[in-house]
Design a protein around this ligand. Structure first.
Ligand code: URA
Length: 432
């Protein structure tokens, strides 16, 4: 019999909690036997006192035990891979990586969440494809990974229900921002969803949760530790999120850009990340390849059309129309023009994301509808040279008034300077 008040007191005073204590608290909370206010107090104690690696794993394991788990290796008889990003602006990486990896013969199975606030969710992006179904049953998910080699679906309500409840509580008690709680939340869902090998992309910068490489590395190491304790193979990329990834921010615009990229016509920074993430997944897979060979195979899948063919098979399997002409288009397209000549020295991710959100591309509350057609295309990125009147970005809007407001916001995101920049790399570090 656990006594929540005693455990809260222990954590408040900086003492460690045992595995069984943590399990009892979390499963009791998931059942409704431990009230919200006690878990809220515990989260605040954790926020100030932290959790050890062992406690963080006990928390992760208890959250996994609150719901169903999927064993993709047993279901397919081979290794399945997955990728996860901690969330950034314009991050459509999975939509391009999944088809590349599948085209190389490696099964890719991903359960994904919806976007809230400034980072868009993969599911919202995929739902801009007419007919595309994100809500598959667990059985349908497994069958599709087996038969098509690729599925990206919404997380079922049975998967880690304790995290859903705990995240909602953390969100309103200022306790989201703790490395152990974030790592346990992300990894419980990844482990429960069943892939054996996972590439984690921790975004770093103004547009991300983690503002510094040091904080991102701490989160990466915590997640790698949890994954390994659960018997998974993982690699973590730390990647730049000081500016939007690629050009497009907004659901249908991002799907179109992901498709351009697997046709070999994507923005250079986005293509670099897509190839790197794909290569790392191939190297973790059951194919006998290292990262360099993985990179060659990923590039070949773009060049020979096999990634596009895998994309089309996948989208059709989930009921969607893979033709990019079927994606919705916004009725108004306005331009953001350079007010003077110079070099782009800054393109702040958050103001671009806010402009897209205000256009209707994202949601501020979890039940808000979104407009799949609208968004921003940042034609010029950091380091680019411009003349007065050059188009810095396009705003895709529902009407003229919202377009005008977004043009102002996006213009404010650009900073032009006299000198070209020393460009920083997209992949800042690899933790493995
Ligand atoms: N994403 C999650 O899934 N959980 C967190 O706690 C933070 C980001």
């Amino acid at each position: 019999m656990i006594r929540p008040a005693e455990l809260i007191e222990r954590k408040r005073d900086g003492q460690a909690l045992g595995d069984e204590d943590i399990r009892g608290l979390i499963l009791g909370f998931a059942r409704g036997d431990v009230p919200d206010y006690q878990l809220a107090a515990l989260c605040m104690a954790v926020y100030f006192r932290g959790l050890s690696r062992a406690e963080t794993y006990a928390l992760t394991d208890a959250m996994i035990a609150s719901g169903e788990t999927i064993d993709l290796r047993s279901a397919l008889g081979r290794k399945v891979v997955d990728k996860h990003s901690t969330g950034g602006v314009g991050d459509k990486t999975s939509i391009a990586v999944g088809p590349i990896v599948a085209a190389c013969g490696v099964p890719f199975g991903k359960m994904s969440g919806r976007g809230l606030g400034h980072t868009g969710g993969t599911l919202d992006k995929l739902e801009s494809i007419p007919g595309f179904r994100v809500e598959l049953t667990t059985e349908e998910f497994i069958v599709q990974v087996r038969e098509v080699g690729l599925a990206i679906v919404g997380q079922t309500a049975q998967l880690v229900p304790a995290d859903k409840k705990l995240y909602a509580l953390r969100d309103v008690t200022a306790t989201v921002d703790n490395v152990s709680l974030i790592a346990a939340s992300i990894m419980s869902k990844k482990i429960a969803a069943g892939a054996d090998a996972i590439v984690l992309d921790v975004k770093v910068g103004d547009g991300a949760f983690m503002k510094s490489v040091g904080d991102a590395r701490a989160l990466a190491e915590a997640m790698l530790d949890l994954g390994r304790r659960a018997g998974r193979e993982l690699v973590c990329l730390l990647t730049d999120m000081d500016q939007p990834l690629g050009y497009a921010v907004g659901n249908a615009l991002e799907v179109r850009e992901a498709l351009d990229t697997i046709r070999g016509q994507g923005p250079p920074d986005f293509e670099e990340l897509v190839i790197e993430a794909s290569a790392r997944l191939l190297a973790l897979s059951d194919l006998p390849v290292d990262v360099d060979e993985g990179r060659r195979r990923a590039q070949a899948a773009l060049a020979d059309g096999s990634a596009v063919a895998a994309y089309e098979r996948w989208i059709r399997a989930q009921g969607g129309d893979p033709d990019s002409a079927a994606l919705p288009r916004a009725p108004v397209v306005a331009h953001v023009e350079a007010p003077c000549p110079g070099h782009v020295v800054r393109l702040a991710a958050i103001p671009v994301a806010t402009a897209a959100l205000e256009l209707g591309a994202g949601r501020r509350t979890k039940d808000e509808p979104i407009d799949h057609a609208v968004g921003i295309v940042c034609r010029r990125k950091r380091g680019g040279a411009v003349e007065t009147g050059d188009i810095l970005a396009e705003v895709h809007a529902r009407d003229e008034a919202s377009a005008r407001a977004a043009v102002e916001r996006v213009l404010a995101a650009y900073e032009l300077g006299d000198e070209p920049l020393n460009e920083q790399p997209l992949v800042l570090d690899v933790v493995c």
